[in-house]
Design a protein around this ligand. Structure first.
Ligand code: GDP
Ligand code: IMO
Ligand code: MG
Length: 430
């Protein structure tokens, strides 16, 4: 059976966790293909909320196997903590159903220390990373010195020597370049060996597992983390993450061919948000932005799942959506948080930018140019009624229907899913 890909097409936090969990009801396998615990995916089941960082958002269905692909960077300590949290809530996280890709790279304490130190060194031009060691871990991968999950199976003595070598090399950077305290290699080794023993049974060839599942006609979801505008190549470089949250990233991150991908669902939050630094043409810094963000009283208000930071908010940016359509080959969209827009009398959607006296409709490569772009808006009517109980398209007020149709026309693909609340059932499918 073919694969469905679920991707964020903004700056992350589009609601991928909710959409993945919902679609996982009809799936056999959910696989993450990139990123690490910089991701924070929220799944709401009745009154219960689950914040997932590394474990795929299919874990709540006992039938579903959950895989962590080669494109990921995995912090063993975070993974074990997340597993423990789920186990305590009665979720099965045994090696039978939770598999860690042998080729995935591992995040160690020195990656976190280097991430923090690099941010401090950047001063006023800090990227605003999640400080989870993501950049340094992918740097080590590209430099061909990273430690991979398959090494968790190596004898403790071999692992110890390997870790000591890497801690010492990192300490040179931490002390010599950044003027920070060095790490205690012995303590890092001790923790790592404990983590290795616990995680070793989970290590598996995820590419093979996905291929086998495809061959036995199982239904597979590839769950994206982050979003297109954080992609290392296509995002707002350098204000990006270090992975590829795109359709291309699915192929390299899981190790499969393109012919299995049938659907590419772009998760589109009904407005724009961003955490961290970098240009955001439709950002609203006044009361409208505050109204989008909410006060934090609701669990879905715009404060980061991973770091708790307030998210920058603004009107939906159609230029970035068209860009997402092109780069990812989206076949459909899942529009989320439409209910949040019920707070406004009228709504705006950017359909082009104006820069240096010119109108452009394509997303610029250069952040210096993007920073000078001013959005050209279309104004649409708001609806000002609670839509969180809508379950069919016809239950939506005419203005909300119009907003959805406007986006379908803009991208030329259907909105097959419309989400009007965090709950599983607060969803319109068409
Ligand atoms: P992800 O990183 O893409 O999985 O998104 P996050 O979980 O970081 O952020 C999305 C937030 O919005 C979470 O708190 C979700 O529970 C919530 N959410 C998802 N869909 C909806 C929706 O349609 N309406 C509302 N009000 N909240 C939603
Ligand atoms: P999910 O999967 C929102 C952002 C960070 C920062 C930049 C680089 O929940 O959508 P990093 O720690 O990756 O080196 O930080 O990327 N970022 C996210 N923003 N949602 C995410 O994940 C993110 N993952 C990384 O805020 O701007
Ligand atoms: Mg998130």
């Amino acid at each position: 059976m073919p694969m469905t890909v679920i991707l964020g097409v903004q700056w992350g936090d589009e609601g991928k966790g909710k959409i993945t969990d919902m679609l996982a009801a009809e799936a056999d396998v959910v696989a993450r293909f990139g990123g690490g615990d910089n991701a924070g995916h929220t799944v709401t089941v009745g009154a219960e909320r689950f914040a997932l960082h590394l474990i795929p958002s299919g874990i709540l269905y006992p039938r579903v196997a959950c895989l962590l692909g080669a494109g990921m960077v995995v912090n063993p300590k975070s993974l074990l903590a997340e597993m423990e949290g789920l186990r305590a809530r009665g979720v099965d996280v045994s090696p039978k159903r939770l598999k860690l890709g042998a080729r995935a790279h591992l995040i160690l304490p020195y990656h976190l220390a280097l991430d923090g130190a690099a941010e401090v060194a950047r001063g006023g031009s800090a990227l605003g990373t999640t400080k989870r060691g993501i950049g340094p871990a992918y740097t080590d991968k590209a430099a061909r010195k990273g430690i991979r999950a398959c090494e968790l199976l190596h004898p403790p003595g071999v692992l110890e020597a390997r870790i000591r070598e890497e801690v010492e090399a990192s300490n040179q950077l931490l002390e010599g370049v950044y003027g920070q305290e060095p790490l205690d290699a012995g303590a890092v080794v001790k923790d790592f060996l404990e983590h290795a023993a616990k995680l070793a049974p989970h290590v598996a060839d995820v590419s093979e597992a996905v291929f086998e599942a495809l061959r036995s006609r199982k239904r597979i979801l590839a769950e994206g983390a982050q979003g297109l505008l954080l992609d290392l190549d296509f995002g707002t470089y350098p204000f990006v993450t270090s992975s590829h949250p795109t359709t291309g990233g699915v192929l390299t991150g899981l190790g499969i061919g393109p012919q299995y991908i049938e659907r590419v669902v772009g998760v589109v939050k009904a407005y724009q948000t961003r955490v961290g630094a970098g240009p955001m043409p439709t950002e609203l810094t006044g009361p409208l932005g505050d109204a989008l963000r909410g006060t934090g009283a609701q669990p879905w208000d715009e404060f980061g799942t991973t770091t708790g930071r307030p998210r920058r908010c603004g009107w939906l940016d159609g230029v970035t959506l068209r860009y997402g359509l092109r780069v990812n080959g989206l076949t459909e969209m899942a529009i989320t948080k439409l209910d949040v827009l019920s707070r406004f009398d009228s709504l705006q959607v950017a359909v082009a930018y104006e820069v240096d006296g010119e109108r452009i409709e394509t997303f610029p490569a250069d952040v210096e140019v993007l920073a000078r772009c001013r959005p050209v808006y279309e104004t649409l009517p708001g609806w000002r009624v609670d839509i969180s109980d809508a379950r069919t398209f016809r239950d939506l007020p005419a203005e909300a229907q119009r907003y959805v149709s406007f986006l379908e026309d803009l991208l030329g693909i259907p909105a097959s899913i419309i989400s009007v609340g965090p709950g599983r059932d607060q969803t319109i499918r068409q």
